[in-house]
Design a protein around this ligand. Structure first.
Ligand SMILES: Nc1ncnc2c1ncn2[C@@H]1O[C@H](COP(=O)(O)OP(=O)(O)OP(=O)(O)O)[C@@H](O)[C@H]1O
Ligand SMILES: [Mg+2]
Length: 384
């Protein structure tokens, strides 16, 4: 047999072991066997370049610090990079073939479906803030980006999902937000005290002087003017008390959240045709003052928004808690709004979101035109 066939055989065995460097010399005969050898040599070149680009890809895949998942079109994990194994403490074997939604229990079952729907609607990648869980149950805030992986023909082969760990960034943001909120609350408290103690007392003294003067007068016209002045002063005092209450209710400081919310509802109900319902367990858990103030501000903003925008006749406030979370469900029966439109220039909801976020909590806003609005706030208690 032609010795060249043995050489070809050995070469192909090398290729099967991943060694693509060797080539065979072409003889002077330039016959069919030589043509075959030229073909095998070309195959070696091709395999070598594919391997180089595959190694290149694997290198990039494993050196990026973001977590990267490759999912098939049904959302099953095909591959993960080193960052996933390190940060989530998973190895490829334990996650390969598992649904990505299993690693992501926040929106279990629907997360991948939502990503897929958005990918189909968008032309480019889809980005969203979310959470992902490590094997030991640690919850990691992430910025997720999803994009289709295309083959050479432009067909959608798989989905590339990258997750950037946002823990540090959120921590810094949180510190800044907290500092702003705390300064704001301190200023409000100072203003409320100043108004109440200084201006309030002086106005009350003037009122007392006016009524004392009124008793000494006999002229009817002068008496009437003094009475009107006294009424006007009473109006100012009431307005001032309301302003102080909105700035920082005494009740919140002295008696706690439930009493302050009750008082807020009573004051709002007065003069408005609105019914309030408050449901709670016997007592709320002990909370830091800061958290109580923030929950109070969220409720205050919800009531303001309901009255300003919704024409509701009923507002319900439900407090629920267990050893892990406190949950506050606020709902009205007003006209609702399209929350996805996000066209508002208002600051109220943004402030509410910052306050809730600063306690590592979450707020979900559900609203539909004609069907009322509901804010659901969940704040973890053990993280405070
Ligand atoms: N309970 C609600 N019912 C109906 N619409 C609401 C309700 N809550 C919020 N909205 C809508 O959401 C928008 C944003 O609310 P947000 O509190 O951020 O701003 P605002 O109330 O318009 O202004 P600001 O709070 O700064 O005074 C509102 O303009 C309103 O259209
Ligand atoms: Mg508002």
């Amino acid at each position: 047999m032609d010795e060249r066939f043995n050489k070809i055989n050995r070469l192909l065995s090398n290729y099967s072991l991943g060694k693509f460097d060797k080539r065979l010399a072409i003889s002077r005969r330039l016959d069919e066997v030589d043509a075959f050898i030229a073909g095998v040599n070309m195959l070696g070149e091709e395999l070598k370049s594919i391997t180089i680009s595959r190694n290149y890809f694997t290198n990039i895949f494993n050196t990026v610090s973001d977590m990267v998942f490759i999912l098939d079109k049904k959302g099953m994990v095909e591959n993960i990079n080193k960052a996933v194994s390190e940060q989530l403490e998973y190895d490829l074997e334990s996650v390969k073939g598992r649904a990505f939604d299993d690693l992501h229990p926040v929106e279990k079952g629907t997360f991948f479906k939502d990503i897929l729907r958005e990918l189909k609607m968008e032309t480019g990648p889809v980005a969203k803030e979310s959470f992902i869980f490590s094997a030991s149950g640690k919850r990691i805030p992430v910025q997720l980006t999803a994009a289709y992986l295309l083959d050479e023909g432009g067909n959608k082969k798989a989905i590339l999902l990258s997750a950037k760990d946002m823990t540090l960034q959120l921590k810094t943001e949180n510190l800044i937000i907290r500092a702003i909120i705390d300064t704001q609350e301190k200023e409000r408290r100072r203003l409320a005290l100043d108004l109440h103690d200084s201006l309030g007392q002086q106005l009350s003294a003037i009122k007392f002087f006016i009524s004392s003067l009124g008793e000494t007068l006999n002229n009817r016209v002068e008496k009437e003017i003094l009475e009107k002045s006294s009424d006007a002063l009473s109006g100012i005092l009431t307005d001032m008390r309301d302003i102080c209450f909105n700035l920082m209710p005494n009740t919140l400081e002295e008696f706690g959240l439930l009493d302050a919310v009750q008082e807020l509802c009573n004051k709002t109900r007065y003069g408005k045709k609105i019914e309030f319902e408050i449901f709670h367990l016997e007592e709320l858990p002990r909370m830091l003052k800061k958290l109580e103030i923030d929950i109070y501000r969220v409720i205050q903003e919800f009531i303001n928004n309901s009255m300003k925008h919704s024409d509701a006749s009923k507002i319900s406030i439900i407090f629920k808690y267990d050893e892990r979370n406190i949950q506050i469900i606020l709902s009205d029966n007003g006209q609702g709004f399209d929350h996805s439109a996000r066209s508002s220039k208002g600051m109220g909801l943004q402030n509410v979101q910052s306050r809730v976020k600063s306690h590592k909590g979450e707020i979900q806003i559900r609203s539909e035109r004609g069907k009322g609005t509901r804010y659901t706030v969940v704040i973890p208690l053990e993280e405070q």
